[in-house]
Design a protein around this ligand. Structure first.
Ligand code: G4P
Length: 191
């Protein structure tokens, strides 16, 4: 998506050769106009697929996910990384290990929001090693829901996430595919 690639080129900064900082529009401050375009773009791709829920993970997945849900007219569920005080219903849970942060989170969604009747779009802001996305599809599996596709805002194509998810049979659909962050330069795989 051209507008997203331009925004990354204008405002993204490279940290340590493999981390892209995009906190001015996605991971800290959020650009609602760009999120709205992202919502429209993904919704146009999945309009006729019978999607019933958007599933993401807190925190930076929520903004794009909400705009996709708005466009498709369906609810958005975000998996929590910590159990909420009010989460006393039965939970779907999965472990997500972050190679970047070297921590394991137990992510969860209440069983009442996801069932075998659902056809899901999984959404996240970044795809790096694919562990967050794998955790989310595991929650869908536990609910008996089907996963139509995994929608990613920024994919780091030089990391292993896409291959891992495709190997397991999932469709990965990313709006920006970053080929390299070497020499502080962002380059993309252009479709
Ligand atoms: P994975 O889920 O694909 O395996 O990714 P990984 O464990 O490596 O990523 C851990 C966290 O770091 C995730 O956020 C992910 O979105 C974020 N992340 C990964 N690569 C980048 C990057 O190049 N730039 C930025 N800005 N973030 C990156 P999280 O822990 O779930 O946190 P948050 O969504 O609450 O911010």
């Amino acid at each position: 998506m051209r507008e997203l690639l331009d925004k990354i080129l204008q405002e993204g900064t490279v940290l340590e050769e493999d981390v892209l900082k995009v906190d001015s529009f996605l991971t800290h401050q959020v650009d609602p106009e760009l999120m709205s375009l992202i919502g429209k773009e993904f919704a146009s791709r999945y309009q006729d697929k019978g999607i019933t829920k958007v599933v993401t993970i807190e925190s930076s997945g929520i903004a794009p996910a909400v705009f996709i849900g708005l466009e498709l007219g369906i609810p958005v569920i975000f998996a929590r990384k910590q159990k909420s005080l009010t989460m006393n219903a039965e939970l779907l849970t999965a472990e997500v290990y972050s190679f970047t942060k070297q921590v394991t989170n137990n992510i969860s969604i209440s069983t009442k929001f996801l069932t075998e009747k659902d056809n899901v779009l999984v959404v996240d802001d970044f795809l790096a090693n694919g562990q967050a996305a794998l955790g989310l599809v595991e929650l869908c599996r536990q609910a008996g829901a089907s996963v139509e596709a995994i929608n990613i805002v920024i994919e780091k194509s030089f990391q292993s996430g896409r291959a891992l998810l495709e190997e397991k049979g999932y469709r990965v659909d990313s709006l920006a595919r970053v080929k390299s962050l070497k020499n502080n330069q962002v380059s993309f795989i252009e479709d």
